[in-house]
Design a protein around this ligand. Structure first.
Ligand SMILES: C[S@@+](CC[C@H](N)C(=O)[O-])C[C@H]1O[C@@H](n2cnc3c(N)ncnc32)[C@H](O)[C@@H]1O
Length: 235
């Protein structure tokens, strides 16, 4: 039994931003995961733990195999599903993954001990606001999948640790479509996330030294390509 996620959690993840039948098609027709990943996917579904949906799995598989990143940072490990997926499809990559939830950290440790057979993954415990600045590596791929209102807060530290030519992906940036409507139409409890995401879009979508793309997979991905060494974000 998992304590961290109630049956009512992840409300926005159940509001697809693409037609439901298209989402169902993507989930049904694209190659399924197997082995340990399948076990973790089933567990996450049963316990309502918000791991990446299957259409994002299929996209990440292709991205890892074509990009073959050597050094990956993930913010938001949960039970370790996406980290293990990236490890499987980028076998030469070292992966650093950050999480602050003790319950999730417990599951991730067990799962990495069982399934990280090439010992690619290092789990760093604690709030990313504290742990990010302690990282010494430079990464060529970053997956941000933690508290959405904090993406804009973490981004300056992340950008310092990404090589020129590196890619950053942030998950769940559409918030079930909320980001496209005025704030008055957004539930009060979702407005902090809304404001954080609007600040993020203002900072990156038209930045001269970043190339950004919004991709409607799952609840939306924001993909960013870093084109220059020192990126200065607007306030
Ligand atoms: C959506 S889940 C990650 C799912 C995982 N990436 C996957 O697809 O398998 C989000 C995780 O981010 C963690 N998280 C949220 N805010 C964080 C923060 N400020 N620092 C570290 N971890 C954080 C939560 O504890 C949770 O385990």
């Amino acid at each position: 039994m998992v304590e961290s996620y109630s049956k009512n959690a992840n409300h926005n993840m159940r509001r697809p931003v693409v037609k439901e039948e298209v989402v169902a098609f993507m989930r049904r027709e694209q190659k399924q995961v197997s082995g340990g990943l399948k076990e973790l996917e089933d567990f996450a579904r049963q316990e309502n733990i918000p791991i990446i949906p299957h259409e994002t799995v299929a996209y990440f598989r292709l991205l890892m195999e074509t990009m073959q990143p050597k050094s990956i940072l993930e913010i938001g490990t949960a039970i370790g599903f996406s980290a293990l997926l990236m490890a499987e499809h980028a076998p030469d990559a070292k992966i650093v993954t950050l999480d602050r939830n003790p319950e999730m950290i417990g599951f991730a440790k067990e799962n990495f001990a069982k399934y990280d057979t090439r010992q690619q993954i290092t789990l760093v415990e604690g709030d990313a606001i504290d742990t990010l600045s302690t990282l010494e590596e430079i990464f060529d791929f970053v997956f941000m999948d933690s508290a959405k209102s904090k993406y804009i807060v973490f981004l300056p530290e992340v950008l310092k640790r990404v090589s020129v030519g590196g890619v950053i992906i942030m998950d769940d940036i559409f918030q079930g479509g909320d980001i496209a409507v005025p704030i008055t139409e957004v539930r009060r409890s979702n407005r902090t996330i809304y404001r954080g995401l609007q600040r993020l879009f203002n900072a990156v979508l038209n930045h001269p030294d970043l190339t950004a793309s919004l991709v409607p997979l799952g609840d939306g991905l924001l993909m960013i390509h870093k084109n220059a060494e020192n990126i200065v974000l607007p306030d």
